[in-house]
Design a protein. Structure first.
Length: 251
């Protein structure tokens, strides 16, 4: 029970990595607030988890009003917050720089960068000293690839945000880290690989299997276990760091 009675907010909680982490956190005794903008998926996620210690809030992480609302709901229902897993994400498109759509760029920064900033801004006043913030960046936050402009910029920006937060929050013993999954066997990554495959005229999934040193995609549960490590006291002396969970891709 590594998170016994800990209050944990998971954004993007209805998605693949969010739900896998929710399942693991629940098994470790956590009380959960799942936040996602997709109401149907959110309803499905809470049905799947079947637990009284889970509440769901439909919210857009890029909105300050929505962020204040989900934080308020969490604090009123459960009290001080112990863990923030800032994980909601969108991908954008793969395109050459001359064609890169400005509106897509803005939309991707809004979710990853502004979303993570707003979550930290409104959660930390309600956070218990000694808490933990984990932000889902990506292998794309550690390396660049042609065409992935919006996503790679946003995922790198989250690292800067994390490093600043880690310094400011250290006096309260609140630790802040980013996690960097490589390609995961799920719908989000499949959509990325379809786009990349079309752009390069190759099989995107096979391409990744060949360039990942461990020779395969990761599983959502493997990412969840690393999030748990950063969320709980097992990582009590770890802050301001980047944890790659990518089969060696960024090495
Ligand atoms: N799947 C991968 O291979 C992979 C690899 C590296 C990093 N990531 C990152 O992991 C995180 C989770 O992705 P996933 O693989 O679970 O994909 P997913 O699409 O299954 O989950 C993402 C969730 O975020 C939600 N979301 C999107 N925009 C939102 C907004 N504005 N407000 C609230 N919720 C919003 C979506 O509704 C969705 O449920 C993302 O940040 C993604 O960039 C994924």
């Amino acid at each position: 029970m590594k998170l016994k009675d800990k209050v944990c907010i998971i954004t993007g909680g209805a998605g693949s990595l969010g739900l896998a982490t929710a399942r693991l956190f629940l098994n470790e005794g956590a009380r959960l607030v799942l936040v996602d903008k997709d109401e149907d998926q959110l309803a499905h996620a809470t049905e799947t988890l079947v637990a009284e210690t889970v509440i769901a809030v439909a919210a857009d992480v890029s909105s300050a009003d929505d962020t204040q609302r989900y934080v308020q709901v969490a604090a009123e229902r459960f009290g001080p917050i112990d863990v923030l897993f800032s994980n909601a994400g969108n991908f954008g498109v793969v395109a050459p720089i001359a064609d890169y759509p400005e509106d897509v760029f803005d939309a991707v920064q809004a979710v990853h960068v502004k979303g993570a900033l707003l979550a930290a801004k409104y959660v930390t006043p309600h956070m218990r000293d000694g808490g933990s913030i984990v932000i889902t960046s990506s292998v794309a936050g550690l390396r660049g690839d042609a065409g992935v402009y919006a996503y790679a910029a946003a995922k790198h920006a989250q690292v800067g945000l994390m490093r600043c937060l880690a310094k400011e929050l250290a006096p309260r013993a609140i630790r802040v880290n980013t996690i960097h999954p490589g390609p995961i066997d799920n719908g989000f990554q499949l959509a990325v690989e379809d786009g990349l495959g079309r752009q390069m005229g190759i099989d995107g999934t096979e391409f990744f299997n060949q360039i990942i040193p461990l020779g395969r995609h990761g599983r959502a549960e493997e990412v969840a276990r690393s999030v748990l490590y950063l969320a709980c006291d097992d990582s009590s002396f770890t802050t301001g760091t980047t944890l790659a969970v990518d089969g060696g891709l960024s090495g």
